[in-house]
Every structure is written in structure tokens, then in C-alpha cells.
Design a protein around this ligand. Structure first.
Ligand SMILES: Nc1ncnc2c1ncn2[C@@H]1O[C@H](COP(=O)(O)OP(=O)(O)OP(=O)(O)O)[C@@H](O)[C@H]1O
Ligand SMILES: CC(C)(CO)[C@@H](O)C(=O)[O-]
Ligand code: BAL
Length: 276
């Protein structure tokens, strides 16, 4: 595996075509490796980026303490058969005077994560657009765990006409259902157990839907489960349209349950298709 830390090194190592691209913020786990595996199956050359993007973190967020371990990540990617790792510094991605922002407007970015983390999706869209232009992939891989992010990236690609396919990959979970996330390292053993409430709330909503209950009843079932973790402060629990993310009053095929909130030491998110 080649490693590029600068744009010049990246350009030298890239083939002309056939690139599958997996953007990440590092501290890799099996969720990231599922994206890599899928990319390897579908592309002759796989590029992974590791960059903790300051633009997508708000002032009170965990940019500085976000977990980082480039050596370990490099070994995992080598083992996974990745061809090229791009791991730039902040100066390389945003040289002095960098002033451009990419912004997807409308309810897709104003709601949910966008409301709780103002500016977050502008930071994501800006870095992803820049990475797409630098790497020039045919396909780019994103996890469904960050479902709203996946939709925002798809929208940006469509609107701006990036010549690539965005591939969504299902969420990889621990045995008890907790979605793998780099931020899970912040969880103490006790909190780790409580953290399953997110997935269990989504499951409860899905079961309610399968029993034929309506959206309001299903939400009540989900809220009951969240209350099992007294220190969990939900930012939102909702049942939304799978493309627009607008709240639903009746189930539609593919309806998505979405949930996010804070434990004292970490903010977690999750989502699930709650109606087949
Ligand atoms: N459990 C998972 N299953 C599938 N994809 C995932 C999973 N976790 C993260 N991803 C995807 O990996 C890519 C990189 O995500 P990122 O590096 O932010 O990891 P993360 O574990 O989501 O970290 P965070 O703690 O910031 O949520 C994103 O497309 C994300 O959706
Ligand atoms: C897509 C991404 C790499 C952009 O910084 C990040 O938001 C992530 O890891 O999900
Ligand atoms: N995985 C989403 C990136 C973030 O939380 O900033």
C-alpha cells in the first residue's frame, strides 16, 4: 500500500481510472472495513482517505479529542488490501487563505443533524467535494450509519454533476446491536451497555410498524425504550421519509427511524428501516 500525505504525492500515485474511494476520519473499525471490502470487490484500485475535518465540527464539539491512531489504521488498511492511503494534514487540505464552502441547502441539511450541528453538513460537503476532485473516483462508498450524510452527498453529486456513483453500505453492528462508531471508545463499560437503547428503540418502532400500529404509537414505543437509559438526552427520535427525511404521519415503504442524542461523555446516532 502506498501512503500519500500531500496532494502532489496523491496525484503521482493515482491511476487514470477505476478508482473506488472510501473517505473516513480514521480510527478504523469493522464498519469502515466493510466499505473497503465492498470497494475492493467493485474497483480495480482502492483509495482510502483519513482526515479529521475541522470544518465539520462545531465550537463545542470533540475535534481536538477525536480518536486518532494513524499507525494502527495504516496496518489495518494494508491488511485489507487497500492500494493507496491519503492522509493529509490540515494545511494540505486547507492551505492558508482557503475560503470556499460547498453548501447543500434546504430541509435535507436543515433538519436533524443539521439542526443540532449547525454548519456540519457544509463542512462535510466542502471536504467531500474537495476529496472527490483530488481523488477522481468512479465510485465512492459511504455508510448508512450516517444516513443523512449519505443523502446529502448523493444530492451534492447530483446537483454539481460529479461523474461518480455514490454507494451506500449497510450499518455494521456489534452483537447486541450497537452501531460501530469510532466514538464508541468514549463509552465506559456501564455506558456501553446503556448505549444499546438507540438500536433497541429503532427495533421497537419497527416491531410496532410490523404489528400494524401507526407512526405515533411506534414513536411512543421507541421513546419508552430510550427512557431506560436515564442519562441519555435524545436530540431527536423520528420516523421519516427515506429520501426527503421529512417526518411522516403515516408509514410509507422504506420509512426510516432515526435517533441521536447524548450520554454525558459522547453523542451517538443510529437509524434503521422501520417499515419494509
Ligand atoms: N458501523 C458502521 N457501518 C457502516 N459504515 C460505517 C459505520 N460507521 C461508520 N461508517 C462509515 O464510515 C465512513 C467514515 O466514517 P467515520 O470515519 O466518521 O467513522 P465513524 O465510526 O462514523 O465515526 P464517528 O464516531 O465520527 O461517527 C462514513 O461513510 C460512515 O458512515
Ligand atoms: C465523510 C467524512 C469522511 C467527511 O469528513 C466524514 O463525515 C465521515 O467520516 O463520515
Ligand atoms: N461520521 C460522521 C462524522 C461526524 O460525526 O462528524
Amino acid at each position: 500500500m502506498k501512503v500519500a500525505h500531500t496532494v502532489a504525492e496523491l496525484r503521482q500515485a493515482l491511476p487514470r481510472e477505476g478508482v473506488g474511494f472510501v473517505p473516513t476520519m480514521g480510527y478504523l473499525h469493522r464498519g469502515h472495513l466493510a466499505l473497503v471490502e465492498r470497494a475492493r470487490k467493485e474497483n480495480p484500485f482502492v483509495v482510502v482517505s483519513i482526515f479529521v475535518n475541522p470544518l465539520q465540527f462545531g465550537p463545542g464539539e470533540d475535534y481536538h479529542r477525536y480518536p486518532r491512531d494513524l499507525k494502527r489504521d495504516q496496518a489495518l488498511l494494508e491488511e485489507a488490501g487497500v492500494d493507496l492511503l491519503f492522509a493529509p494534514g490540515v494545511e494540505e487540505m486547507y492551505p492558508q487563505g482557503f475560503a470556499t464552502r460547498v453548501s447543500v441547502e434546504g430541509p435535507l441539511t436543515a433538519l436533524w443533524e443539521g439542526e443540532v450541528r449547525p454548519g456540519h453538513f457544509q463542512g462535510v460537503a466542502t471536504v467531500v467535494a474537495r476529496l472527490f476532485l483530488l481523488v477522481g473516483p468512479s465510485r465512492a462508498y459511504f455508510g448508512e450509519k450516517d444516513y443523512q450524510q449519505l443523502l446529502v452527498v448523493r444530492k451534492m453529486v447530483r446537483d454539481l454533476g460529479f461523474p461518480l456513483e455514490v454507494v451506500g453500505v449497510p450499518t455494521v453492528r456489534e452483537e447486541d446491536g450497537l452501531a460501530l462508531s469510532s466514538r464508541n471508545v468514549y463509552l465506559s463499560p456501564q455506558r456501553r451497555k446503556e448505549a444499546t437503547v438507540l438500536y433497541r428503540a429503532l427495533l421497537a418502532m419497527r416491531e410496532a410498524a410490523l404489528r400494524g400500529e401507526g407512526v405515533a404509537e411506534a414513536l411512543e414505543r421507541g421513546e419508552e425504550v430510550l427512557r431506560e437509559a436515564p442519562e441519555f438526552r435524545p436530540d431527536y427520535l423520528a420516523i421519516v421519509h427515506p429520501q426527503t427525511l421529512l417526518p411522516l404521519s403515516r408509514f410509507v415503504p422504506g420509512a426510516r427511524g432515526i435517533v441521536a442524542g447524548r450520554f454525558p461523555e459522547v453523542r451517538l446516532i443510529d437509524n434503521l428501516e422501520v417499515h419494509p
